[in-house]
Design a protein around this ligand. Structure first.
Ligand code: G4P
Length: 279
């Protein structure tokens, strides 16, 4: 399967991000906890040198909790702060707030030594499309926030959301570009629904998904569909078609319909909580 991303968009997004990063202390990067590597673009590391870094493992509600912990350790070893999150819920926001302050402690300390007090930490949210950036900003900022307008020294048109006395957030998230050159990355992004299904071969995608689940999460498809798992992904898809009454006009299994069911129930978490890659 081949996936496209337009270089023009990429260059513009990158230039914008370079400008925005100059204004902030902390980069809050959202990744999808089901594919914490494929949903990142490591180019942000180059752009964000010298900045404090927080990775939010978002959609953790859909990911395998044990593997999420493995990734937490992995990212921490590399110097990132991390928080596991369901951005739709306010429950995790206290942890985010505390971790932001911890991540920016050195900077706050430097300010204090220079006699600067109560200067809020400035942050921006970044991530590839669909990782939950807008959802996070809405939940985190809530209703309580006040928007501050243009200020001297701040790029015209930039809006800051004042979250509390300690943190200000740039109101528009930075959009990172997915790394499509690697076809495994493309496959993972397609599986979680980050690429429009219209341009995908969903039958092929479902077969890839079945292969991954048979290998990494044996028993999960059997549990969901009441079928017998065999090594042959097409056979398993046929069994799902039968179990879910997906029958074509001639009475043969409707693989296309079964494929959509397998993909959809995987994405929505009905089949289980899965992480489909490891560090
Ligand atoms: P973006 O700005 O990064 O592009 O992402 P956005 O916030 O639009 O979120 C993309 C989708 O992911 C939304 O679903 C959103 O509800 C969902 N989402 C965001 N964070 C989480 C999370 O932590 N857990 C889960 N399970 N879902 C999350 P949607 O399909 O576009 O809309 P809807 O299904 O909410 O109606």
């Amino acid at each position: 399967m081949h996936f496209q991303w337009y270089p023009g968009h990429m260059t513009k997004a990158k230039r914008q991000m370079q400008e925005d990063i100059k204004l902030i202390d902390l980069i809050i990067e959202l990744v999808d906890a089901r594919i914490p590597l494929s949903s990142r673009n490591p180019d942000i590391d180059g752009l964000g040198k010298q900045k404090a870094r927080l990775i939010l493992m978002n959609k953790a509600d859909l990911a395998d909790p044990d593997k999420t912990e493995v990734f937490n350790r992995y990212f921490k070893e590399k110097g990132y702060f991390t928080v596991n999150l369901d951005a739709r819920s306010r429950a995790g926001m206290k942890a985010v707030q505390n971790t932001i302050l911890e991540a920016c402690k050195e900077k706050t300390e430097r300010d204090r030594k220079r006699g600067i007090r109560n200067r809020p930490v400035r942050a921006m949210v970044v991530g590839i499309p669909n990782v939950g950036k807008s959802t996070f900003i809405n939940t985190y900022a809530g209703k309580a926030c006040t928007k501050t307008g243009n200020r001297p020294g701040v790029t015209k048109g930039k809006q800051w959301i004042r979250l509390n006395k300690n943190v200000e957030l740039l109101d528009t998230p930075g959009i990172l570009w997915p790394k499509f050159e690697d076809q495994t990355v493309g496959l993972h992004l397609a599986l979680i629904g980050s690429i429009k299904d219209e341009i995908l071969n969903t039958d092929g995608l479902a077969l890839e998904l079945i292969r991954i689940l048979l290998k990494d999460y044996p028993g999960s498809l059997a549990g969901r569909y009441g079928i017998t798992e065999t090594k042959d992904a097409a056979q398993v898809l046929g069994a799902v078609a039968e179990a879910r009454n997906c029958i074509g006009k001639g009475g043969e299994p409707d693989y296309g319909k079964a494929a959509l069911i397998v993909i959809d129930e995987f994405r929505s978490g009905k089949t289980g909580r899965f992480t489909i890659e490891m560090p």
